[in-house]
Design a protein. Structure first.
Lengths: 469, 98
């Protein structure tokens, strides 16, 4: 155990970085300390990178390569951080893909280097195989998820007979190839087999998953990206990588569990269930009459209420209507109406997405209430305004055993005295399931583009308060 | 020696997983999107491995793979931290005064 001075400095920088990363996540617990968390994260990252650059094995020409690659990374990273907030899920999926790619490439490079100098051991091959499998499947899987979120790839599940067996079979072959390579590390022909199968498995894993399951999938891929960093830590014997990867992996895992619970589904059901393909059969039923109201009527009902709950969904953000929602919120609050936003855990396309979209519209986070807290208040609510949300307010989840979303916890919009639901038309939503809320006796539909309709409601409220003054 | 290191690595993994579960369970649901982008940036610490592989300059293939890995990790670091901060700035407790 001979430590050079440079080595000691590097190791100390890693120790410091690990501590700062933990503080970073700790400060993220609450909105008022959260930005400090980013500073801690940046400080930890800078310390670790500087410590690494001191590494004695880095040669002069190496710095040029590193600097060049880093500059390109900065050039791509800055625009990626400025995407519209509706596109944050895609950006997140792409960054999972890059995380997986980095792990896969480092694993590949290490295998080649160790193969050439004959220092491959069974342990090294084993952890490299895990790193490479996780890394490459996260890479292609996340690219597929990003494609579905961006809707360049069909969001409907693509299924074929025997799909799950084929997928698991491919993963099994990759694992067996990994074991074969561990037994004899010089069977280098097996390595491309592992790489190819992992890349293919990532694609096939995501193809059958429908758009509505993206919040879970993106969390799961987050976890895989973290685990591939852990595996890289075992390959490089780097404890900082293991720590940071484990934090990321744990975070992704917790978020996946929350998402699964919010949809009353299990991991296996999300991964192998091909959600969203049964609605064609379910759509057939007797057509109940729909009652509709104008924006002016809606404004009157809202203005005369004392408690209003707004249930926003991703459709609100697609229509860019969040600023109109904010205007309605302001007008009603001015009149002393109690307005709250009911946030379902899977509203939006990734965990917490809706909160970010509403925060962007400058709605204070004190008005954003989680599903479990708002539901007991729903029977005392005068008017519930549903904007671009669909499945998360569908009462079929409570009552209709045949519905694909049966058992999913929902916001009890139907229990409020009156429901105003905005929709462009009666087409089913992202998940493609009919909604009984729209034909309920206490529901009035306000048809039209969300941005236009909500703008009209806001204007009507504004005129009224001016007339009253 | 190798086995000893394996076990100390497993210890680190076990402990940091517990720390991760503890710390992340307390993150407000309001902030789950920034949480994901922050942990994303943090796990791009993989950059240290990519830096060494690229910097050692052992052979052309490892340099090329390492450089792409540096690029991918730096992209995640830069975009991850920047977008997390951008989102967190938007969270206001009360109505902004104007």
């Amino acid at each position: 155990m001979n430590h050079s001075l440079g080595d000691v400095v590097t190791q100390l920088s890693y120790l410091l970085a690990a501590a700062l990363f933990i503080f970073s996540l700790r400060w993220l617990n609450r909105p008022n300390t959260a930005r400090r968390g980013v500073i801690a994260g940046v400080a930890g990252m800078s310390a670790a990178i500087l410590g690494t650059l001191l590494h004695p094995e880095i040669v002069a020409s190496g710095y040029l390569w590193i600097a060049g690659a880093a500059l390109v990374g900065i050039a791509v990273g800055i625009p990626l951080s400025r995407v519209p907030l509706t596109a944050v899920p895609q950006r997140t999926a792409i960054s999972h893909a890059f995380g997986g790619l980095a792990a896969g490439l480092v694993g590949t490079a290490k295998y080649m280097l160790w193969l050439h100098d004959g220092s491959l051991t069974a342990f090294r091959v084993g952890v490299i195989a895990i790193e490479v499998i996780l890394g490459y499947l996260t890479f292609t899987g996340s690219l597929m998820a990003a494609g579905k979120l961006q809707e360049v790839i069909p969001t409907r599940p693509i299924t074929y007979p025997g799909q799950n067996y084929i997928n698991l079979g491919l993963l099994g072959i990759a694992l067996v190839a990994g074991i074969g390579l561990m037994l004899d590390p010089t069977r280098s022909f097996l390595f491309p087999v592992i790489v190819g199968l992992s890349l293919l498995f990532g694609v096939l894993l995501i193809i059958p998953i429908g758009g509505a399951d993206m919040p879970t999938v993106i969390s799961l891929l987050n976890s895989y990206a973290g685990l591939s960093a852990v595996a890289m830590g075992f390959v490089l014997e780097n404890k900082l990588l293991i720590t940071a990867g484990a934090l990321d992996g744990a975070s992704g895992f917790i978020l996946s569990v929350i998402m699964c619970r919010a949809m009353n589904r299990s991991f296996t059901n999300v991964l192998f269930g091909a959600f969203g393909q049964v609605q064609v059969a379910a759509a057939v039923g007797e057509a109940k009459p729909v009652k509709s109201a104008s924006a002016q009527d809606a404004a009157d009902y809202l203005g005369n209420a004392s408690r209003v709950v707004i249930v926003p969904g991703y459709g609100m953000a697609v229509a860019q209507a969040q600023h109109r929602v904010k205007e309605i919120y302001e007008e009603l609050t001015k009149r002393g109406v109690d307005v709250k936003f009911a946030i379902h855990p899977v509203a939006g396309r990734m965990p917490g997405h809706m909160n970010v979209l509403l925060a962007e519209a400058e709605i204070p986070y004190g008005a954003l209430v989680e599903m479990d807290e708002i539901n007991p208040e729903m029977p005392q609510t005068d008017v519930t305004l549903v904007v671009g949300a669909n499945d998360v307010v569908n009462p079929a989840a409570r009552s209709d055993k045949g519905s694909p979303i049966y058992g999913m916890p929902i916001i009890d919009a139907d229990k409020s005295r009156m429901v105003l639901a905005n929709k462009r038309s009666m087409n089913p939503g992202f998940a493609g399931i009919d909604n009984a809320l729209y034909t309920a006796d206490n529901t009035l539909m306000v048809f039209g583009d969300a941005k236009a309709v909500l703008g009209d409601i806001a204007n009507a409220l504004r005129h009224e308060s001016k007339a009253a003054a | 020696m190798a086995e000893l290191d394996l076990f100390s690595m497993l210890f680190v993994l076990m402990l940091s997983t517990f720390v991760g579960f503890q710390v992340i369970q307390n993150v407000s649901r309001l902030l789950h999107t920034p949480l994901m982008s922050l942990t994303n940036a943090i796990s791009a610490i993989a950059v240290v491995g990519s830096i060494i592989i690229t910097g050692e300059q052992k052979d052309t293939l490892s340099i090329a793979l390492g450089a792409v890995a540096v690029f991918a990790s730096v992209t995640n670091i830069v975009s991850g931290f920047l977008i997390t901060d951008r989102m967190l700035k938007m969270f206001k407790e009360r109505e902004p005064k104007r």
